[in-house]
Ligand binder design. Structure first.
Ligand code: NAD
Length: 352
């Protein structure tokens, strides 16, 4: 069907275009969504600036966008969980559902994963888009489409806290107060952490961390040694944190995290800053620090939604900039240049 389906397509480095495409037809297990909001993620900006992330290379034009929510406009013939008019959050990674990882409950590790806006898979920054119905989560009336879109980064925070084992009374260190550090802070507090310390280089990011529930924020410099920062964390908490979430992925912060974590505690690496880093592995090992990886999320959307729907988590405060779909290039320029200190940039895909 040819109609207005304005779509943001990345052709190559620094070549993002808005073009009109056909409205797709949902397959039997899919729904057609009239898109509501799509947030810009650091990975979208990375593809725009570098054309690749690790082995995922933009070789063909790719539709951007994966932090999204929309309204069901059509349902495929096998769809039972949704009906036309339902507003949903879109979990952007659709796993195969049959491999051993899927069957054993770790579908985020599925080798056949189809993930929006990860080349060669198209994303959903468009007016209309089709998605697997079982990876759509119906929003209650009082949860907005913007909040629905923000369930994507929030699910990363939920997954990171689950991987770290954050629970009632946990003392948590969050390294980096970008969007991912902020959703990790929100999640840790919602899961009962008694204290969260958040660290960043930038004062305005730390202000947001405070608003997200961080009990202590520490502005550090790149010159401070990991031992010196770890001491500041311990002084602030009265003891070492038992859970540390690195949300930057740089050698410097990983070293701070391992130094700061209590013996017997858990360090999770959420950040994907550097591929190879030098860390004091033996020192961490003899203090029995568990080092765990984090990859996106797995069965975390329902909890993220419950946290927002209950009013326990205010994720909207992360939005600093709003644009219409027609202004997508301007939105990405803002994300790229950092003009106006953006945290989360939200694009509205349909005006009604
Ligand atoms: P971001 O760049 O917006 O935020 C990073 C923050 O870390 C910034 O506020 C920055 O000032 C701070 N920072 C950088 N170096 C620092 C240092 N040396 N000490 C203290 N603070 C420092 O990024 P984001 O969108 O919040 O994402 C964070 C990381 O999480 C990225 O590496 C991203 O790729 C990764 N990520 C991982 C997953 C996953 O599944 N594991 C999912 C999403 C994002």
């Amino acid at each position: 069907m040819a109609a207005d389906n304005l779509t943001a397509v990345l052709y190559k480095i620094d070549d993002l275009r808005l073009e009109n495409r056909n409205i797709p037809t949902p397959k039997d297990d899919e729904v057609l969504l009239k898109m509501g909001n799509v947030g810009i993620c650091g990975s979208d900006v990375h593809y725009l600036c570098h054309g690749r992330i690790a082995d995922f290379v933009v070789r063909e034009p790719m539709i951007m966008g994966h932090e999204a929510a929309g309204t069901v406009a059509k349902v495929g013939k096998n769809v039972k969980n949704l009906k036309v008019g339902d507003r949903v959050a879109i979990e952007p990674g659709v796993a195969c559902r049959t491999c051993s990882f899927c069957k054993e409950g770790q579908y985020n590790l599925c080798p056949e994963m189809i993930f929006c806006a990860t080349p060669p898979v198209h994303g959903n920054l468009s007016r209309y888009y089709c998605h697997a119905a079982d990876f759509c989560f119906k929003l209650p009336d009082h949860v907005s489409l913007e909040e629905g879109a923000l369930l994507e980064p929030l699910s990363v925070g939920v997954h990171a806290c689950r991987r770290a084992g954050v629970t009632l009374g946990s003392q948590v260190l969050v390294l980096g107060a970008g969007p991912i550090g902020l959703v990790s802070t929100l999640s840790a507090k919602a899961m009962g952490a008694s204290k969260v310390v958040c660290i960043d280089l930038l004062e305005d990011r730390l202000k947001l961390a405070k608003n997200c529930g961080a009990d202590v924020t520490l502005k550090i410099t790149r010159e401070e040694s990991p031992a010196a920062v770890a001491k500041r964390v311990e002084d602030a908490l009265g003891e070492k944190p038992d859970k540390t979430l690195d949300c930057t992925g740089y050698s410097n912060t990983i070293n701070i995290g391992l130094e700061a974590t209590k013996s017997g505690g858990t360090f999770v690496l959420v950040g994907m800053g550097q591929n190879e880093v030098t860390i004091p592995l033996l020192a961490a090992s003899i203090r029995e620090i568990d080092i765990r990886g984090v990859f996106r999320y797995c069965n975390d959307y329902p909890l993220a939604l419950a946290m927002v729907a209950s009013g326990k988590v205010n994720v909207k405060q992360l939005i600093t900039h709003r644009f219409e779909l027609e202004e997508t290039l301007k939105a990405f320029e803002t994300a790229k240049t950092g003009a106006g200190n953006p945290v989360k940039i939200m694009i509205r895909c349909n005006k009604d």
